[in-house]
Design a protein around this ligand. Structure first.
Ligand SMILES: [Zn+2]
Length: 628
């Protein structure tokens, strides 16, 4: 169902005029002037009368039913089967292109598998998996594990003879470009672990060394159009049902841990992509259970990461296997996502796969006794030093208090203060006297790597309306530099143009993101872009991710402002022209042929023409300025 049918089903009588439809606006009471216009091509509508509203189908339902975006989505889905995904369909050719690349990855999994189980070269890998890691043939089949042969062009040659191009192989990250020109296999002499999306589609590979002298020990496919590390969890396609039925998800640090746990019957285990646990990943898990346990390797990067938030000066570690999630970050996410995050640590230097292999009951017990983040941090600090030493008491308390003060719930704060007092053996009243000197810094996020394929065969971006990419660019620049927004509005008003507003964007999702940006400037609790990130509603998050994914390279503010203005001029000119055309249609409408209405409309028309002139002037001014 499109916007036309939707409006008609809401009782709006529409008449076709050219590429558009006109009727009486259902949102204001004047029902004499047909001022309501629909553009079926872009799926948008606009009232040129009293209310001046406009937007997409979602905005229409929001206005009509007086509901939030989220509920508009539900209503539309129930009534018409329209979902956001359908509303923003991938261009068909892109869908096909993605499917073709997924097929290539599927074939690669088969290719590597063949090398593991049926070739001489794979026998070492097979022995490693079965004897050293105690992985059974069943499990090898279930996860379709494989082996990348030890040559520079085995994969390359195999797939070229199957008709794939070098640029296809580059796009899915199976080969790497030589600096001197030419290509070579990215994965050589490694155990290959296929990584699939939540719904089981191939996305990439994880690869582990066999030769202890090779580096790095683990590597993943590079970021590609199919492989977005921040939004994939290894094992989730197999773990989602078990997570739901156990009402608990366990995050471990390695793919082989996941595999070992599933093999032992603990199928609710997943692993992030070796870099960071991202908020997106936590959200994905939360669809199945809000109880999430981090089972961290002893003395691992992950375990250190949880503790790292307590240090005032945080070192930036960029190694591939870093779980960038510190205590403050965990607590903030726990609250924001109303999840229940707990930390379990492994005993005696054992990794999860070793624990479960030795003693499945021990694993059960460790998971059952996972601790809330604050308690975990406290116990870890206590275990590291003698709490009877007054100096240590003070050191522990100083590190715990900011963490506790950061909790949004006063009852929890009280309870944890009591716990600290009890475990560190100090008087609780002395804790209250401690002032938190500095606001704990916000968790640091690993920058999302930009897709690495700049190749020629890059699938085109989604197209919903002609200006969508420009609109995304505008929001992407602003999300990255929210401080530009007031400067931008000032520039616009200097040229007698309106501030950036919802009219500049077609989709309700973008309206919502813009209004969050505007709200971010009115608060001082959070860093501006953080404020937006935190407050984006779940339903708008896919659009938000798309925008953030288009991060612009940091460049000079002036240049960005320039780029912003130019983009805004472009979309506005487009819109105003489209609307002017429409207003002249409306003026010819016999229903509008009274002097009063005609003068109303010609007023709108004049305002539009004026805007167009101002736009042109502003654009000229910019060009002259640049030529100077
Ligand atoms: Zn109206």
């Amino acid at each position: 169902m499109g916007i036309v049918e939707l409006a008609e089903s809401a009782g709006v009588k529409l008449r076709r005029s050219g590429k558009t439809y006109t009727g009486f606006c259902p949102f204001h009471s004047n029902t004499k002037t047909p001022a309501f216009v629909i553009w079926p091509e872009s799926g948008t509508w606009r009232c040129f009368g009293e209310c001046g509203e406009g937007g997409d189908i979602f905005k229409f339902v929001m206005k009509k039913e007086g509901v939030e975006f989220k509920d508009a989505l539900k209503i539309l889905a129930e009534r018409t089967g329209v979902t956001l995904a359908e509303y923003q369909p991938q261009a068909p050719e892109q869908k096909e292109e993605y499917q073709r690349l997924r097929n290539l990855l599927e074939e690669a999994a088969t290719f590597y598998r063949h090398h593991l189980v049926s070739t001489e070269g794979g026998s070492v890998a097979l022995a490693y998996l079965m004897e050293k890691r105690k992985i059974t043939r069943d499990t090898i089949d279930r996860f379709s594990l494989g082996f990348a042969p030890n040559g520079w062009d085995s994969t390359l040659t195999h797939f070229k003879t199957k008709g794939y191009s070098e640029s296809d192989l580059l796009d899915v990250g199976l080969i790497t470009e030589r600096e001197s020109g030419g290509y070579y296999d990215k994965f050589r002499n490694r155990v290959m672990i296929p990584i699939r999306t939540e719904d089981g589609k191939m996305a990439g590979f994880g690869a582990r060394i066999l030769d202890p002298n090779d580096i790095p020990k683990f590597m993943n496919s590079p970021q590609t159009v199919l492989f977005d590390k921040s939004s994939i969890l290894f094992g989730l396609n197999q773990a989602k049902k078990p997570i739901r039925s156990a009402d608990q998800a366990v995050i471990v640090e390695g793919y082989l841990d996941v595999i070992a746990l599933h093999q032992a019957g603990f199928s609710n285990a997943v692993s992030p992509m070796g870099t960071a646990i991202t908020e997106t990943q936590i959200r994905m898990l939360k669809k199945f259970s809000r109880k999430i346990i981090l089972a961290l390797d002893p003395d691992s990067a992950g375990q250190k990461a949880v503790m790292r938030g307590l240090e005032s000066a945080r070192s930036s570690m960029d190694s591939e296997d870093e779980v960038r999630f510190d205590a403050h970050g965990l607590l903030r996410h726990e609250h924001r996502l109303s999840a229940d995050l707990r930390v379990a640590s492994m005993p005696d230097g054992l990794d999860p796969d070793e624990v479960v292999e030795k003693n499945p009951d021990l694993w059960r017990q460790l998971v059952a006794s996972a601790k809330p983040v604050v308690e975990y941090v406290l116990d870890t600090l206590i275990a590291q030093q003698d709490v009877n030493d007054p100096k240590n008491k003070s050191a522990i308390v100083t590190r715990m208090i900011p963490l506790i003060e950061d909790l949004p719930d006063p009852i929890q704060r009280d309870a944890y203060r009591q716990m600290v007092a009890r475990k560190v053996k100090v008087d609780e009243r002395s804790l209250l006297a401690i002032k938190v000197h500095e606001k704990p810094s916000l968790p640091r996020w690993k920058e999302k790597p930009v897709a690495q394929n700049s190749g020629q065969n890059k699938p085109s971006t989604l197209i919903v309306n002609g200006n969508e990419n420009v609109e995304i660019t505008i929001l992407a620049i602003l999300l990255q530099n929210p401080g530009l927004l007031p400067k931008l509005d000032r520039k616009l008003s200097e040229s007698n143009l309106q501030s950036l507003g919802w009219q500049d964007f077609n989709s309700t999702e973008m309206h919502i993101i813009l209004s969050l940006l505007q709200r971010s400037l009115e608060q001082d609790q959070l860093e501006l872009s953080k404020f937006v990130e935190v407050n984006v509603p779940d339903e708008v998050r896919p659009m938000y991710q798309r925008i953030v994914g288009q991060r612009q390279a940091n460049s000079l503010e002036d240049r960005l402002l320039d780029e912003l203005l130019r983009s805004i001029f472009a979309i506005r000119k487009d819109r105003i022209k489209k609307e002017l055309e429409q207003i002249s249609y409306l003026m010819k409408d016999p229903d509008n042929a009274t002097p009063a209405k005609l003068s109303d409309l010609s007023g709108v028309m004049q305002a539009h023409s004026m805007q167009l002139k101002n736009l042109d002037d502003a654009r000229k001014k910019m060009t002259e300025y640049r030529q100077k």
